[in-house]
Design a protein around this ligand. Structure first.
Ligand code: AMP
Length: 305
């Protein structure tokens, strides 16, 4: 089964307290598509400029990523620059150059319109809705968002939420969207806005999954060395979507999602071990299964006695 992934494709500049790198492959759709491709075929929709290095296009093509929806237009690729604080959990955006992304309209090739699983990675909610307007048989739709859209496009986001099955966002965004301090209340409040399922990410502290009368707290895999946290959330979302597509059940249940968020967390934990998508590039299915099993043992508990 396939997942349609739409979002940004970028050239990033990332500074951490110990290292700085530029001209990196980045963007929400790049991370999400490569992550999802560990489990399923991916239909990628995005835009790049004519300066976008060929080697990145070849990298996508070498994975199971269909590039029929990749628009290559005259101009410069979207560029983003960020700097991380000492905790590697918080960051400042240093600069954003929209370039060709400014006039991006995600028009789908006709072969993509019946893709059953859809991941609307981080782009303006009006564009996310434009994608759904073109889809004929979406079985499960996941949307990601960010603080910017909650601030400047809240009505568009609220309209989108009525059309998606799951929303993924981080803890501060969940508080911003709902006005709730408690994440438990925030999860419940977002479900009332439309999505049956909500995942609230808490960075190095894992994520919370909410469903109907159902709740799951997933830890983050403990890592000693984090090199670049960029794209962890997108990698997580891609892993969730790709895993669900690989199950290919008529109906996605809370139990499917519990396992999907664990796989998403495992992929995200690998992604932050190196800059850009370098760790995903070298990752094998065996690595993935190995960490999934260690994570399972680590998280498992029983009441003794
Ligand atoms: P994350 O670390 O999950 O927030 O994702 C970081 C990625 O999002 C980077 O690779 C950026 O290129 C991309 N990005 C940053 N700002 C935006 C934006 N306004 N719209 C879409 N993608 C963005």
């Amino acid at each position: 089964m396939s997942v349609l992934v739409v979002g940004s494709i970028a050239l990033d500049h990332v500074k951490t307290p110990v290292e700085e790198q530029s001209e990196l492959l980045g963007g929400s759709a790049s991370y999400a598509a490569v992550s999802a491709s560990f489990f399923s075929n991916v239909n990628l929709v995005g835009v790049v400029g004519d300066d976008f290095p060929k080697k990145h296009i070849e990298f996508f093509g070498d994975r199971k990523i269909d590039l029929a929806g990749l628009q290559i237009v005259e101009g410069k690729t979207f560029r983003w620059s960020g700097e991380y604080h000492w905790d590697l959990n918080t960051r400042e955006t240093r600069s954003v150059e929209l370039n060709v992304f400014e006039h991006f309209t995600p028009d789908l090739p006709s072969a993509f319109t019946d893709t059953p699983y859809v991941l609307l990675a981080n782009i303006a909610p009006s564009l996310q809705s434009h994608v759904l307007d073109q889809m004929s048989r979406a079985r499960f739709v996941i949307a990601d968002t960010m603080d910017l859209w909650i601030s400047i496009a809240k009505d568009d986001l609220l309209a989108l939420l009525k059309r998606v099955d799951m929303l993924i966002l981080n803890d501060s965004e969940a508080r911003q969207l709902t006005g709730e301090t408690s994440l438990i209340r925030a999860g419940a409040a977002i479900r009332k806005m439309g999505p049956k399922f909500v995942a609230i990410k808490k960075g190095e502290h894992g994520c919370l999954l909410f469903g109907e009368n159902a709740f799951f707290s997933c830890a983050a895999f403990p890592l000693e060395d984090i090199h670049d946290p960029t794209g962890a959330g997108d990698t997580f979302a891609g892993g969730v979507a790709g895993y669900l597509a690989s199950l290919n059940h008529e109906q996605v249940t809370f139990e499917h999602l519990r396992k999907a968020v664990v796989y998403g967390s495992v992929l995200a934990s690998y992604n932050v071990e190196a800059f850009s998508l370098e760790r995903l590039r070298s990752l094998t299915h065996q690595d993935l299964e190995h960490r999934y099993q260690s994570f399972r043992l680590m998280s498992h508990f029983e009441i003794l006695g």
